[in-house]
Design a binder for this molecule. Structure first.
Ligand code: HEC
Length: 175
């Protein structure tokens, strides 16, 4: 009898504990700025391209992903440049332009997807693009990458090192 009461109590206790744990883990509802929302969109497109950037070969569907992602980033980067300029911060302005340029180059690569070296060029552009993200966030003291890539906290922050010259052959598979 006592044992049952104890067990029941234990279960109730565990349930109570679990609900507080889950309640605490529930995402905080903060109002996002409009720029933050656009950034999240940019991020989605960027990650779609990044996700396949380690492939040895792109299918035509993969090329479509690259084309759509870069076109989207081009569109959004233009909005950021037009609507969220910071005339007093030249580096921020320049980095936004770099983001646009790198995304445009990425889109351009997709127009010659059947040519030799296009795969490597596309992969190179993903890295170049990532560097603009990382450098700007670093410039502004925004630390999002550890959250964006959980489990990769130990990794060197992208943008801290110069990216070596792209190789047209023997692309390392960890790209
Ligand atoms: C020129 C500067 C600049 C560049 C380039 C840039 N960002 Fe950002 N990013 C910002 C700023 C500023 C914020 C903070 C916006 C806010 O919270 O109002 C931000 C925030 C973010 C966030 C957080 C959004 C959220 O949900 O709060 C993500 C994700 C993000 N950027 C991804 C990217 C990616 C991916 C790229 C590159 C393809 C990139 N950013 C390029 C300036 C930049």
């Amino acid at each position: 009898m006592l044992k049952r009461v104890f067990l029941a109590g234990l279960i109730v206790g565990i349930c109570g504990l679990m609900s507080t744990v889950f309640a605490e883990e529930a995402p905080k509802k903060e109002e996002k700025s409009e720029l933050a929302k656009i950034m999240s969109e940019i991020d989605k497109s960027y990650k779609a391209a990044e996700q396949i950037s380690g492939y040895y070969k792109y299918s035509s569907n993969d090329w479509n992903i690259i084309a759509e992602s870069s076109a989207k980033i081009v569109e959004l980067a233009k909005i950021v440049i037009g609507k969220f300029s910071r005339p007093d911060d030249k580096k921020y302005q320049d980095l936004n332009k770099s983001m646009l340029t790198e995304a445009e180059k990425m889109l351009e690569v997709t127009t010659r997807k059947d040519e030799k070296g296009a795969l490597e060029d596309a992969q190179w552009q993903v890295r170049r693009l990532r560097q603009t993200c990382a450098v700007c966030h670093k410039h502004l003291g925004i630390h999002i990458y550890p959250n964006l890539y959980p489990g990769k906290k130990e990794e060197t922050q992208p943008g801290h090192e110069e990216i070596p010259e792209p190789k047209t052959t023997n692309t390392p598979k960890d790209w």
